[in-house]
Design a binder for this molecule. Sequence first.
Ligand code: ADP
Ligand code: MG
Length: 607
Amino acid sequence: MTAPAIGIDLGTTNSLAACVGSDGKPAAIRGADGEVIVPSCVSFAESGAAIVGRAARRRAVEDPRNTIFSVKRLMGKGIENLTEIERRLCPCEFVPAEGKLIKLRIRGREYTPQEISAMILREVADRASAALGETVTKAVITVPAYFDESQKQATMAAGKIAGLEVLRIVNEPTAAALAYGLDGLHDGVIAVYDLGGGTFDISILKIESGVFRVLATNGDASLGGDDFDRALMDLLIPLWEKAGGSRADLADPGIIQSLRQEAERAKIQLSSSATADILYERGSYPFRAAIAREDLEAAISPLFERSLGPCRRALADAELTIDRVDAVVLVGGATYTPLVRRRVEAFFNKKPYDALNPMEVVALGAAVQAKKLEGGFRNLLLLDVTPLSLGVETYGGAVDKVIARNTTIPARGKSEYTTFADNQTAIVFSIVQGERELAKDCRPLGQLILRGIPAMPAGMPRVEMNFHIDSDGLLTVTALERRSGAQAKVEIVPKHGLTLDEITRLVLEAAVNAKEDFRAARLATLRADAEFILKKLDAQMQRFGGRLDAQTRREIVEARDGLADAMRGESGDAIDGAHQYLEDVARVLVELTMDDAAASALRGKLV
Ligand code: ADP
Ligand code: MG
């Protein structure tokens, strides 16, 4: 039996899958470790095994240089158009490959961003297969509304490398609205406010009798929950120094990483409680502090403000005023933050929709779309628009726009050109994407060469260019010389994309890697990580166990035995889940370790 098609939200920070159940409702798929969310993180163990998800994120502390976050930012990009943030975020070396692709060198091997994304997709799909009891082969994958051709095609390629048939690439805000569409969102103008881990996107959609259209999109590619973590770290570092911590420690990426994870944990706690405790045991000095929600809010308020400029611009692009917005939908984990909820409500002057989990809503919508593509939800229609204009570079370097941005897709556009020299028999067309007037300021997508034009005086040939964007937003361009019938056609393989041959090769490699030895290497790594924490825990229990109440002690012992049990089994997910559970339960031991360190420091002073 094959599983139903699933929806996958391949996020910058987190990924997950959802599926429409027999009740006709989409639901997020839970893995064997009890979690829905798979952090979009891949860590390469010494053996070369790729560890994906939460276990990978944990390894970021011990092995930051071989642990990759935010690979989505690199999808479909060339080395020359990497921004400073993208370079800074990547702990490993970039290698230019054949002058067009980015590759990452990790533990002596090179990987394209597509391959690393494929590992995340594979993990998400495997968990879904295990949960559904059937092998998942088909998926709808979401991408940000602003993703251009190369980025969408890179995502398609990642799906293929992961062995999935990608039924459709859907944009995230549309998916979010679609999820609510089943749940009572009616016709009107919808603002989708998506604040994720590292990116902010605002999209203005219009729903009309079941037809979804994106009117405008805007955003900030370097604004998200990670910035909240950094703001919180900026509050913590002076406290840490006061407590005896040394700034020199902050040059250590492992220390920064663990401090960041502790800050994130506290930030999430502050979404539901008024204060959060920071417990930090690494570095030269253990450190403990309490942070109040007001402190966090004061620090992140200017960050929130930065999201409003793009909101205003998107509304202006859609030629709408705020009072024309009928509903606001919250998407992204950072919209759990109470300040964000309050201020979004104040800005739009409307209570936002938040009935669906903002971290799941995109995947839920993708699942609805997947079901629709398999013949379900017949009364649902879905139209999308192209986010950026598409055109041809003309003589002199200007851009002739053939399809304007925000045109509903599928779309077609046409334009006519001619030669500028006598007896010219070929023309090279450069296809570009973007809003700027000069081709050099736009994104080059590819070239189309029309040959076989019969010799004619300059200006005589009539070359008709046809652009076609299909329902996935993928572009095909054809050129036809009307007098002679000479023709050329390209499916735009973006400048920074993989060719079909390369994808096929990578699919084969991935299939080899998925073999038993690879699974064994992953298992070995997870066991080694677990062994490490067990040793540490046993030492802590010996010293401080006596100070715990019976109930807590029992919980820790049970969690410990749970992990030891899982280690004897063959399931990596079970080890990962038990490991995380033990870390959560044993937090109280970290607290005791610190109290002890503080007390001995105090004794030191008294002597
Ligand atoms: P992306 O779509 O970019 O992959 P997500 O939508 O999964 O990201 O959001 C991840 C961000 O949400 C992280 O910065 C995380 O710390 C933050 N986050 C998750 N839960 C909460 C919470 N309860 N309160 C505040 N922030 C949260
Ligand atoms: Mg997201």
